[in-house]
Design a protein around this ligand. Structure first.
Ligand code: AMP
Length: 374
């Protein structure tokens, strides 16, 4: 059953992903109700209602669920009890099982490998005694990661030499950890996949992601890679969505190896930073696709009318350029409404479009993002 215009979509989480989801919901005639502990959150600024409460506040969650027609989330680390409570009261899309898998790297890798989807080689590290066998099995260099609560490079350590093991183990928490073989990747890519209530599945083009200080800096759409690699990435994303019986939107992050092989690094069952280019380069961008899937509406093909580069605006340095960004024709600005530009904080992004098939090379991209002086 599809939600009629005027219905309310509950969004758990108050960040920019919730903000842009609420804006897409509004365009389709829906109201958004945000649940967040934050006082002045990016999402609540553009929503018709919001509940300010802790993610573990069962009474507030109950009132929230009673006030909405369907629930989705932009924040993955919701306590399991809270999610179970919401699921008893209203449809939650994507559902609790998907969230549980994506919250835990061990469950995630186990799920992927059982679905026949390759990942970097890995072993679980429960205590310090597991380190030496892991090194014997997978060698160095390696990446040691927390299984939960890691993002933007937090909760992980690069292991280059045997003496790195003990300090890395001591410093990372919560335990258990996962030991991953180091992937000497040629590129990092991602695919956004959406699956509707009726099982219709659509994938946006595979894009290349470049990071700076562990935070996404640039997304190139489409990824400058051979077509067969990009199509294989989309096929993997569809397989993940089908196996999870996804209803909603999901980002699949992958490594491209030197020989063009693909290894899945992470899945995120929500709109994703690497999908922000779709807002301007696709007739139906990732946020509209997300809301359509959650609301039970038909999903249109995830076609791209333009090539695009997305640049994140992070921290005070990037935001100091906001006036020049606004004064530069061709840059499409997106501001998240955050008052304070702390270092490393995602404050907004800009998209730059190119005719389809005309994504420039390195120098062209730098030129296209160059700012006018004010
Ligand atoms: P993650 O938190 O898993 O998304 O990792 C953050 C970043 O660390 C990735 O985007 C990669 O650049 C890098 N990274 C993570 N895992 C590996 C790995 N097994 N080998 C090489 N680089 C990695």
């Amino acid at each position: 059953m599809s939600l009629p215009p005027g219905a309310t979509i509950g969004i758990v989480g108050g960040g920019q992903l919730g903000r842009m989801s609420a804006m897409a919901a509004a365009r389709l005639g829906y109201r958004a109700h945000i649940f967040t502990p934050e006082a002045d959150s990016p999402a609540a600024q553009v929503a018709s209602a919001y509940t300010k409460a802790d993610y573990a506040d069962q009474a507030a969650l109950t009132r929230f669920a009673e006030a909405v027609d369907v629930i989705t989330f932009e924040f993955e680390n919701l306590p399991a009890d809270s999610l179970a409570l919401l699921e008893r009261l209203k449809p939650v899309r994507p559902g609790a099982r998907i969230l549980a898998i994506s919250q835990d790297r061990l469950l995630e890798k186990t799920f992927l490998n059982e679905a026949g989807i390759p990942t970097a080689p890995w072993v679980e590290v429960r205590d310090e005694a597991d380190l030496a066998p892991a090194m014997a099995k997978l060698g160095l260099p390696a990446v040691l990661k927390t299984t939960r609560l890691g993002y933007d490079g937090k909760g992980q350590a690069l292991l280059r030499a045997p003496e790195d093991l003990a300090p890395a183990f001591a410093q990372l928490s919560p335990k258990p950890l996962v030991w991953e073989g180091f992937v000497d990747f040629a590129a990092e890519i991602s695919v956004m996949v959406a699956r509707g209530v009726d099982g219709t599945t659509v994938t946006f083009d595979a894009v290349e992601n470049r990071h700076k200080n562990h935070i996404l800096d640039l997304t190139l759409a489409p990824a400058p890679l051979p077509l067969d690699v990009r199509e294989e990435a989309q096929a993997i994303a569809r397989r993940v969505a089908a196996r999870l019986e996804l209803v909603g939107l999901l980002g699949v992050e992958m490594f491209v190896t030197a020989t063009g092989g693909l290894l899945v690094n992470e899945i995120a069952p929500r709109p994703h930073n690497s999908g922000h280019w779709t807002i301007d380069a696709c007739p139906c961008g990732q946020f509209e696709m997300h809301i359509r899937a959650v609301a039970g509406l038909p999903l249109p093909p995830a076609i791209r009318h333009s090539d695009a580069v997305m640049k994140n605006l992070v921290g005070p340095e990037d935001m100091a350029q906001w006036p020049q960004i606004l004064a530069t024709p061709g840059l499409i600005p997106h501001h998240y409404g955050k008052a304070e530009a702390r270092p490393g904080r995602k404050m907004g992004h800009v998209n730059r479009l190119f005719p389809k098939g005309a994504l420039p090379g390195e120098l062209g991209i730098a030129d296209a993002l160059a700012l006018n002086e004010t």
